[in-house]
Ligand binder design. Structure first.
Ligand SMILES: NC(=O)c1ccc[n+]([C@@H]2O[C@H](COP(=O)([O-])OP(=O)(O)OC[C@H]3O[C@@H](n4cnc5c(N)ncnc54)[C@H](OP(=O)(O)O)[C@@H]3O)[C@@H](O)[C@H]2O)c1
Length: 200
């Protein structure tokens, strides 16, 4: 049976990933800050496999995707018991947007390590954060190759599960290693951030 994804943050990235997941047969529960009623049209446009839920409902799905603004991640700390939950962190630690794109000073920590500390016990996998959403929305099959998505995490089974899902969507997952090392390469301002690569 396909896993259900709880998507917390139903904007550009949340909807884009939802479309890929639905195409691959995964049901999704979308949640935002404004509440389920505000998501009626979006859910309708995504089709029968999508439903709107509360943040709590999305947080209790089989796999959770964080696609909300960085500044809002701390609000998720108490919404559920995160112990053992597979959580994909697609956030970037921007504190301002265009034209400055300033990132928060995390004192040398990876942004996903900060997320992990805010959601105790969650099995954090960093993914879906490097590519502009409009590019991510495109067909991942490109000229006989597959668009690359970088993946990092300290929990190997959780990372393998997320990589299998990514592969099933038609992307080429590339394991960069741990949150402490790999995710720093893919996070905002990292060497691999914003790259749009195709694996042949
Ligand atoms: N845009 C990109 O191309 C891109 C690419 C990679 C990664 N990212 C990262 O993905 C995240 C989302 O970016 P985006 O462009 O998708 O943003 P966006 O279009 O502005 O959407 C943000 C979503 O988060 C929801 N939200 C805000 N505060 C929330 C809270 N406290 N609890 C639950 N949901 C909340 C918003 O709900 P309301 O509408 O109700 O306020 C909205 O659905 C950011 O961390 C960003 O850095 C973005």
């Amino acid at each position: 049976m396909k896993k259900t994804f709880g998507i917390i943050g139903a904007g550009n990235i949340g909807q884009t990933v939802a479309r890929h997941l639905i195409k691959a047969g995964h049901p999704v529960i979308l949640a935002n800050n404004s509440g389920p009623d505000s998501l009626k049209e979006i859910v309708q446009s995504l089709g029968a496999a999508a439903k709107a839920g509360t943040i709590q409902e999305a947080a209790q799905a089989d796999i959770v995707l964080l696609s909300l603004p960085w500044s809002q991640v701390p609000t998720l700390a108490g919404v559920t018991d995160w112990t053992g939950r597979v959580v994909i962190d697609a956030t970037n630690h921007f504190i301002t947007y265009a034209p400055e794109f300033k990132v928060e000073d995390l004192g040398g920590k990876a942004s996903s390590e900060v997320v992990a500390s805010l959601l105790p016990g969650a099995r954090i996998v960093k993914a879906f954060n490097t590519i502009f959403y409009k590019t991510l929305a495109e067909d991942p099959a490109v000229s006989g190759g597959n668009r690359v998505l970088f993946v990092s995490g300290n929990d190997q089974p959780a990372k393998s599960e997320v990589m299998s899902v990514i592969e099933s969507l038609g992307f080429a997952p590339i394991d960069l290693g741990s949150l402490g090392e790999g995710s720093k390469l893919q996070q905002a301002k990292g060497a691999l951030a914003t790259l749009n690569l195709v694996k042949f």
